[in-house]
Design a protein around this ligand. Structure first.
Ligand SMILES: [Zn+2]
Length: 319
């Protein structure tokens, strides 16, 4: 399927990226000492959240968060890591709302019409059936569910936030996905930008397998630990907002981990692509049309090499 070429500053403007980063930095200042060390009351040291191995090496530090490479599974994760409940405070003190209003809502029309529509088309082509039951875990404002619903699919969502609603009266299950029971099996379970926020992402994939039809699919998008930006960050420390989202993106998946998940849960990798290389965020400039076009083309090339900053993975259950 053709990739979409999109000027990322149309989605998130430079000014908004800078102001959200400043707002976040102010909100999380209390987590660190004056010299930028993480305070023990907010942080703890943990093993790799994916493979539980203890050994790791620090690769870079962004906004006082240290990112370690797991020597066993090659993933990247924050170490030390925020204690349970600390991150959630950003959801109640208005910080997350500021992010939603300035970065998410402003680009929502473009996101729905282009990006969410493409996700739907990618799954539709692979499923090859008309009657589809879909479960979107971490559905947020339900934009992707709306698209599925408008196309005649039976869609349901899961979201921990009670504020999460859908405009089409789509059923949203609120609470912890791992604890839920469903009345039916699904043809597809999706996680768009969700697994990297969980303390145990593998458990969520296991749960998805349990609620899946025998020939069903799991689709997820996660930040990549093997991308151009993660290499670039070793040389030039800066804060690529969309990729890192300091403190919020805690796990970056390696290709090794994706292959291991597929193997452990009897899933076949049908397709894998990388999306959304923030070259413009690296440069943080808005350019004339011809330069933007060149950056977008360079971005497209790096995506083709699977070096974009997010993996989008389509897995099918094997029987
Ligand atoms: Zn690991």
């Amino acid at each position: 399927m053709d990739k979409i070429k999109l000027d990322l500053f149309l989605l998130k403007s430079k000014q908004d990226l800078v102001s959200v980063h400043e707002f976040f930095s102010k909100s999380i200042k209390k987590w660190f000492t004056k010299d930028g060390s993480p305070k023990a009351e907010y942080f703890h040291v943990r093993a790799c959240p994916i493979c539980q191995a203890e050994l790791s090496v620090e690769e870079f530090e962004i906004d006082n968060f240290a990112y370690h490479r797991c020597l066993s599974c090659n993933s990247l994760y924050t170490k030390p890591h925020l204690r349970d409940g600390v991150l959630e405070s950003l959801y109640s003190d208005g910080t997350y709302q500021y992010y939603q209003d300035n970065l998410v809502k402003k680009g929502s029309k473009l996101r729905k019409g282009i990006l969410e529509q493409r996700k739907f088309e990618q799954i539709r082509v692979l499923l090859e059936k008309d009657e589809v039951d879909l479960l979107d875990v971490g559905c947020g404002s339900g934009t992707f569910l709306d698209i599925c619903n408008e196309n005649g699919w039976n869609s349901e969502g899961v979201d921990p936030s009670p504020n999460s609603t859908s405009t089409h009266n789509i059923t949203i299950h609120h609470g912890d996905f791992n604890e839920m029971s469903f009345e039916k099996k699904f043809d597809v379970v999706t996680f768009w930008g969700v697994l990297e926020h969980l303390s145990d992402p593998v458990l969520a994939v296991k749960k998805a397998c349990e609620v899946l039809d025998p020939s069903g699919m799991i689709v997820f998008e996660v930040p990549s630990a093997n991308c151009f930006i993660s290499e670039y960050l070793k040389k030039v420390p800066f804060s690529p907002t969309r990729y890192i989202e300091s403190g919020r993106h805690n796990i970056f998946f390696s290709k090794t981990v994706i292959e291991k998940i597929a193997q452990d849960f009897d899933l076949e990798i049908v397709s894998i692509e990388t999306n959304g290389l923030d070259l413009q965020t690296i440069l943080l400039e808005e350019f004339e049309v011809d330069i933007t076009e060149r950056i977008i083309n360079m971005q497209d090339t790096l995506n083709d090499l699977l070096l974009g900053d997010h993996y989008r993975v389509f897995l099918r259950k094997t029987v």
